[in-house]
Design a protein around this ligand. Structure first.
Ligand code: AHG
Ligand code: MN
Ligand code: MN
Length: 334
């Protein structure tokens, strides 16, 4: 390992020196997240070997069949943070209500909302999957028990957001409001090493990402926009390439690095779309904004939405600034 290799812990220390306002709580939170990521990485890497593939036959709050890795990832993160003293409560895609901290253990000033395993329909096919997390400061007084209200904050108030991508390599990508930084796990030393400092999303890309299998239910404006991206107009850099992995974290990571646009819009079948605001759209919108991109419902900025429920769904259009602006112009035509 070269001497200037930045481990996650060293990077966090440097960040704290650069931004003294950020309390030490962040560093402990990020260290716990990186530990959970390493544990889940180990299980994901051997999923093909150990009989943890396939369905548990149970359903989660979304009514979706739950893969065993979903449960493992959920239990790992809950266990990591229950005794950390960093959080006042957690909210997981896999659990109906908020997850309170044990009453006999110290509580912290932050909330953690997370999607323990994103892209779970891809697990058996050995396609990239991920974990998404979103951290807010609690609203309720420190000597009270946290409530759901502590989680229903607009995304612009996040203090930290990020994801882990379990792919050809395992990466931790996050922002604490001072740029987006990517760390790649070196399994031989068990360290996340800084590999992408201050990631910036290209202002415009050449890739669009949407599940065309839903086209029958699309509203007219989205149909017109996608047809536009497919049209033969080389002067305007058209047609775009189509790429759709079906794991939000993987589709977003590609968009962050290469630029372009990812869309999971509302349609006649699901007017609010499929993706969840608190632990999918909001954290990725925070990263997109920090990387110079944008995220909207097609009409409103994701980071400005006032959440009303833990698991509420929201249409998501996210990616390069100019691409999202063009999509919005199609979706808001009178
Ligand atoms: P999760 O596995 O956490 O439920 O998330 C799956 C989501 C997201 O990862 C992806 O963008 C989307 O489902 C794909 O949905 P479709 O299969 O309907 O395209
Ligand atoms: Mn998900
Ligand atoms: Mn999930």
């Amino acid at each position: 390992m070269s001497h200037d290799a930045h481990t996650l812990s060293r990077f966090i220390m440097d960040e704290e020196r650069r931004h003294p306002r950020a309390t030490g709580g962040f560093s402990a939170l990020l260290s716990q997240i990186s530990l959970a990521a390493k544990v889940i990485h180990r299980e994901v890497s051997r999923a093909g070997l150990v009989d943890i593939l396939g369905l548990t036959g149970q359903e989660n709050v979304q009514g979706e069949e739950v893969q065993k890795l979903d449960i493992f990832a959920n239990e790992t993160i809950v266990a990591m943070f229950e005794t950390s003293g960093l959080l006042c409560a957690m909210a997981s895609e896999e659990e109906e209500g908020i997850i309170p901290m044990p009453p006999d253990l110290p509580h912290g000033a932050y909330t953690l909302a997370f999607d323990p395993l994103d892209g779970s329909s891809n697990i058996d096919a050995n396609v990239n999957i991920g974990t998404i997390f979103s951290i807010h400061r609690r609203l309720s007084a420190s000597d009270t028990l946290a409530t759901e209200h502590d989680f229903l904050q607009p995304g612009r108030q996040q203090v930290c957001a990020g994801y882990v991508l379990y792919g050809t390599s395992t990466m931790l990508v996050f922002s604490t409001g001072h740029g987006v930084h990517g760390f790649t796990l070196d399994p031989s030393i068990g360290e996340f090493l800084l590999s992408h400092r201050d990631l910036q999303m290209p202002a415009q890309g050449k890739i669009y990402s949407i599940n065309e299998g839903n086209a029958a239910w699309w509203d007219e404006p989205i149909r017109t926009y996608i047809a536009h991206l497919k049209s033969d107009d080389s002067e305007r850099g058209l047609p775009y390439k189509s790429r759709y992995i079906g794991s939000l974290v993987a589709d977003f990571h590609r968009t962050l690095l290469y630029g372009g646009i990812f869309l999971y819009p509302g349609d006649r079948k699901a007017p609010e779309g499929k993706l969840r605001l608190l632990y999918e759209a909001s954290p990725l919108a925070f990263l997109a904004q920090q990387a110079g991109g944008h995220a909207s419902t097609g009409r409103r900025a994701i980071l400005e939405l006032e959440p009303e429920q833990l698991h509420q769904r929201v249409p998501l259009i996210i990616g390069s600034r100019d691409d999202v602006a063009e999509a919005e112009s199609f979706l808001n035509r009178p």
